[in-house]
Structure formats: structure tokens, C-alpha cells
Design a protein around this ligand. Structure first.
Ligand code: TXA
Ligand code: MG
Length: 308
């Protein structure tokens, strides 16, 4: 019997697009060695060409075929791969990855996903897989196969269903091309302070933010309804996204990210609940405050972009 994963791998080798689960969100995958496949990803997502893509590989050893690793980069990769960490690294001079994945930069973003189906797919396909989140550009990232079907259903060859994503929020992106590692996008991996990595805020102070994080468009991850953040009360026409036990009693629709106040659980629920509230009859969405700590930093980053 041909498994779904084998079928997906064959399609990828034929240059087609396949959505697949990772531990963070579903990815829209294509052969990262093929300009045509990568161009098809941009087209399916309606993504601006200047926003580069993440390349997924099986291992650190495979990543080293394409990118240059400093000692510091090796240390991070050994410590956190496989997992929700993306490293932006210099392309090797002989790098065979499509130039389109880098969107004109001389760097490439690489990660080794931890999800068993993603690992299996990479192994079966025997290719590096370029994959942005499997949503149309600017919209909410998919954490279930059904979300991908809504976003891209008829535009892609296949969706590999691995159930809901466990982390639920995209990988942490760290730029390793400069003197100091810089977090370009907070994400599912909370990097401990002792790892000595600058946040994006620090890099902005250093004045080089614009070139380094082309994907950080202010408006992103957006529901179609207006959003109001840090809400302490709810208006009659609003849907409400809450966190914790202490919540207002009435709203057109309510979703609770985590009744026990667990940030990991909140991250895993975030995009699914935003979709549910967006589909409600409410005019707009109010969001109660989320603590700015741990993975809450990534949650607040996504909420701010969704609201802007
Ligand atoms: O968890 C994730 O990272 C998911 C799963 C599918 O792996 N992927 C994902 O991809 O979120 P995407 O394309 O939606 O976001 C990629 C981010 C963007 O912010 C992009 O600008 C940044 O990574 N990026 C990619 N290549 C880069 C590069 N060479 N330099 C700087 N930033 C880069
Ligand atoms: Mg995305």
C-alpha cells in the first residue's frame, strides 16, 4: 500500500505543491531546488516576491550542504534542532537551492522540523522542502488540515493531514549572518536568556532592521474583522478572545485560549480560535491581555500584526 506520505513525496519530486504538518503550523511545501516549484508557492500564496521562504531539511548535516554555519550557529542548531527554530545563514557559494527562496538576499532561512510526518516526508522525498505557512499571504496561519483546505484547497496537489499542530505558532527566526545573533521573529521556541541572543528591538536600535527582516510586514496573520487588543471589557457587538479564568460573562462569541492561564496551550489554540471568532456574527474581535513572557511574546507579536 502506498502511504499518504509516499504519495506526497512523489508529488513533490514531480514539482507539485503539497501542504504538510509541522509542529508549529502547516507548511505549503515545494521542491526547494526548483525555481518553478518555488515560484508556484509564491503564486499559490499570492505572496510578494520580496518575502523569502524557509527551507526545511532532515538534519543539521543536510543544512550544512546549503548554508555556512558559524560556531554560534552550530551550537544553536545542535541544541534546538529538530524543533521550532529557523536560522538565517549565509548561502554557501555552491548552494543549489533556488535563488527564489532567498528572494534576492545572500542568506537562506533553514530549519529541521520535529513533526514525525514532516521528517518522514523529507526522507521520502529526498529533497529540501521550501515551505511558508500554508495560508494565503497576510492571513491567519493554518494549524489544522481543514484550515489549509479553506485557504488553498484547489490550488495545491495534496494536503497531508497530521491533525492539529502542537506548538501552534510559527518558528522563532534567528539571524546568524551578523556579528550578533538577532531574533527576527519571536516564535514557538522560547530561547533562554543565557543563550545571549539579541531581540529584534535591540537590532532596531542598532539601525539595521529593515534589510534583515523583510518578512516583518506590520499587517499579517489578519482576520477579516477589526481587532481591539488589551481589552478589559467587551462591547455588545464584539466577539471575545480571552485568557485565564477571570473573564467577562457576555459576548457574541467567546473563545478561551487557556482557562488555566497556560501560555503553551494558548499558542496552540491561537490561530484556530481567531478563525472561529472571525467566522462568528460579531462585528469585531476584542482580545484580553496576554502576559508578555515566554511564548506570550510570540502570541502578542502575532496579535499586534493581526490588529494592524
Ligand atoms: O514555523 C514556521 O516557521 C512555518 C513552518 C511551515 O515551518 N513557516 C513559516 O514560514 O512561518 P513563513 O514563510 O510564513 O515565514 C518565514 C519568515 C518570514 O518572516 C521571512 O521574512 C523570514 O522567515 N525569512 C525567510 N528567509 C529569510 C532570510 N533569508 N532573511 C531574513 N528573513 C527571512
Ligand atoms: Mg506565514
Amino acid at each position: 500500500m502506498i502511504t499518504e506520505t509516499k504519495k506526497a513525496a512523489t508529488l513533490l519530486r514531480e514539482g507539485k505543491l503539497v501542504a504538510f504538518p509541522t509542529e508549529t503550523v502547516y507548511g505549503l511545501g515545494g521542491n526547494a531546488l526548483s525555481d518553478a516549484a518555488v515560484a508556484a508557492i509564491y503564486a499559490a500564496k499570492e505572496r510578494p516576491q520580496f518575502n523569502p521562504l524557509i527551507v526545511h531539511v532532515q538534519s543539521l548535516e543536510e543544512a550544512q550542504i546549503y548554508a555556512e554555519f558559524s560556531e554560534a550557529a552550530l551550537e544553536l542548531a545542535r541544541r534546538f534542532w529538530p524543533g521550532p527554530l529557523t536560522l538565517v545563514l549565509p548561502r554557501r557559494p555552491d548552494c543549489a537551492l533556488s535563488l527564489l527562496v532567498s528572494a534576492g538576499l545572500d542568506s537562506v532561512a533553514i530549519r529541521v522540523p520535529a513533526h514525525p510526518l514532516a521528517q518522514e516526508l523529507l526522507q521520502e522525498a529526498g529533497l529540501p522542502i521550501a515551505a511558508p505557512s500554508a495560508n494565503r499571504s497576510g492571513r491567519i496561519s493554518p494549524t489544522e488540515a481543514a484550515h489549509v483546505r479553506e485557504e488553498l484547497g484547489n490550488r495545491i496537489a495534496m494536503i497531508l493531514d497530521g491533525g492539529p499542530c502542537q506548538v501552534g505558532i510559527e518558528s522563532t527566526v534567528v539571524d546568524m549572518t551578523g556579528d550578533m545573533p538577532v531574533i527576527l521573529r519571536p516564535g514557538g521556541l522560547v530561547i533562554p536568556a543565557e543563550a545571549g541572543i539579541y531581540s529584534r528591538i535591540d537590532s532596531r536600535l542598532r539601525g539595521n532592521d529593515s534589510i534583515k527582516s523583510p518578512g516583518q510586514l506590520a499587517s499579517h496573520y489578519a482576520p477579516s474583522k477589526p481587532m481591539r487588543l488589551n481589552a478589559t471589557y467587551v462591547r455588545t457587538y464584539e466577539a471575545l478572545l480571552v485568557f485565564g479564568a477571570d473573564i467577562p460573562s457576555s459576548a457574541v462569541a467567546i473563545e478561551n485560549l487557556s482557562p488555566t492561564g497556560n501560555l503553551q496551550e494558548a499558542a496552540a489554540n491561537l490561530f484556530r480560535m481567531l478563525r472561529l471568532l472571525d467566522a462568528s456574527t460579531a462585528k469585531s474581535i476584542a482580545v484580553m491581555p496576554i502576559p508578555e513572557e515566554g511564548v506570550g511574546i510570540a502570541i502578542n507579536d502575532r496579535l499586534k500584526r493581526a490588529a494592524s
